[in-house]
Design a protein around this ligand. Sequence first.
Ligand code: BG6
Length: 455
Amino acid sequence: MATETTLVILGASGDLTSRLLLPALGQLLQREPHRRVRLRGAGMDDWDDARWREVVRAAFAAGGVEDAFDIVAETTYLHADITDPADLARVMADPGDRLALYFAVPPAVAAAACEAMAGVAIPDGTVLALEKPFGVDEPSARRLNATVSRLVPEAQIFRVDHFLGRSTTLNVLGVRFANRIFAPVWSAEHIESVVVKYDEVLGLEGRAGYYDKAGALVDMIQSHLLQVMAFLAMEPPATLHERDFRDATGAVLRATHIWQDDPVAASRRARYTAGAVGDRSLPSYADEPGVDPSRGTETLAELTCEVRNERWRGVPFTLRSGKALAGKDGEVVVTFRPVNHVPDGLTGAAPGSVLHFSLGPDRMELELNVNGGDDPFELERATLEADLGAGALKAYGEVLSGILDADATLAVRGDAAEESWRIVDPVLAAWRAGEVPLDEYPAGSLGPDNWRRLP
Ligand code: BG6
């Protein structure tokens, strides 16, 4: 008989639950009907079961699942203050075969709830899933790690990063490790630069309460893009099991430093002013409801890092992400070095080959130099393209499947969470000290005019 998991979503009435978690859960359970899940919602809102079931039904329908209550064994709602030990004990009562607590709440509430759990009996095998950001800097991430590690073993702590569940991120593994044409050339000897970018057309979308304190660097680079970089730069693991895999990605982050240890020269920040993104008009970020302009929160950030080890020393890894930009552009761009010598007699430029992985729609492209169609002695550029497909599951579906299997491979390990803050903390400090100008760009543009364009 399959293990039945009691999945409790703490913060059940929030946006993350209805917009991302429940649709992905519905899709996962429909595709994998052998899974047995009892779903519980818990939160501060005084809802009853009927109200919660309506939220579940609507969110499952949004994920393409019409018959929600045929696929979740049972679902109930508990009105609870999750920072109160007595309420937490109620939330954890009747855990079934295995309990998974998903903290879909702001980080400060999750931290307070974990403190409160210290005095409550936690059923064996309980999985804790915590959303980003994990802490607000390296010391706070260390403290939070100390708190959660007193509750359950590390392998049961899921620091969620949905980019680890994206099919393109996972595709990087197959391309890198299963092809002799890439595996031997995946190093500083052959690769000149790597860019990981995630430009979005979305603006603030009413998230000032969270975003105005986070900004693009913390929201995207400290978490998602550093993790994608770790996939790109890791040593080949012997297996994709949790230990081998996370040892390898953790080692990359430990070796990662800001380019030339100069947070001022290695970073840039900007925020959007009023403009139009497609047919949507956006106000200036500073005029968005709930924003405190004096915080100087950036909506576009760029950071160049170096992975200081034998394989990568000297190769810039540039990470960039921003909001309210001209188009959605999520991509990994690996630029190879040019060949040492092109035979005399072949004319035209022979820049290095470029490999692109696009992060939704999931595609791969390889730009190569080829002999020209007209004049066979003149070099031209040609592009090989492959559609990688969107993956059967949404990214949050992959995340939830790891949680239900208690397999932490695609969750961020405690040391990696601390390292990611260690990497970006000097940049945040330089920005707070005003050492890097806060540039501006009109919403709907490609970014500030004076910024160098990335490949
Ligand atoms: C989230 C960020 O983690 O990732 C958002 O908080 C961002 O600001 C989002 O828009 C991007 O991921 P996706 O998968 O929604 O494109």
